[in-house]
Ligand binder design. Sequence first.
Ligand code: RIB
Ligand code: CA
Length: 313
Amino acid sequence: MTRFLIDSDTAGDDVASLLFGLLWPGITLEAITVAAGNVHLHEAVRNALYTTEIAGRPEVPVFAGAGSPLLRPLVTAHYVHGDDGMGNSNFPAPVKAAEREHAVDAIVALADRYPSDLEVIAQAPLTNIALAVHKDPSLPEKIARLWIMGGSNNALGNITPAAEFNFYVDPEAAHIVLQAGFETTIVPWDVCLADAVLMREELEPILSMHTKLSEFYLAVNAAAWEFMRSDVETGGVDGIGHPDSLLMAMAIDSSVMVESQRCFVDVEHRGELTSGYSLVDVNDVLGREPNADVVTKANHDRFKQMLVELLKD
Ligand code: RIB
Ligand code: CA
């Protein structure tokens, strides 16, 4: 039984990943920790709490963490996910509240409780993870695997030409985490764009499903779908992107990962034009010790099959 902790800046695509963690058989989601990113911390916490309730799993604890990056002012993505981060669905407030313990303390405590038996899904700016490493420098040895949705492998970013959002928002945190010694798998933006966008015709099974979860999924992703359609960077793609849920699906079912390459990866945090750029040394030019398995291809059809399976109940 694989145990997971998901660190989330809960908006549309984060939600589908949380649903995998909350509902997929054969795994345990020990906790959801929250950082600011897509939306402000209080919004991301509210969205995570609501998701646990919609999934019928209110007992899974949610911990509030960093409200801003380590050194920089927060940059949010309300323009992608809507004012509430949930496709402007304006759901009612969740019934339950977040735990009193800080997310960073919860990450360290869970790693101590389940040494070498906890996998961390990092689908937000890496602020909480970096602070947890600062609190407990031995954390990387206790975590079985750190899965990161972030960066772009020698390809365009999604918030600047150089940078993907999670690494752009807190590049110092990304640099700290990547050099900390975790067993790390990275799913970069270019793979998410290539292998985890479901086009309108592929969404038909979900559009015609009319279950509580399918309607919830469509509602929270409505704004992001509209953004993909209209955004020049994606070239007006009529579909929904799934960076975070691709990461989670891969952690649950290894067949979703088709190809990966072990490389040295670091993140630019001193640059002006390149802040948040992920250097992925695919040709080992720098001779630096490789520190991450970088996914280069995912199984689109298996991911789609898992998502439809997840939402049909
Ligand atoms: O660049 C995409 C990533 O940034 C996703 O995790 C999305 O939810 C945002 O956090
Ligand atoms: Ca996210």
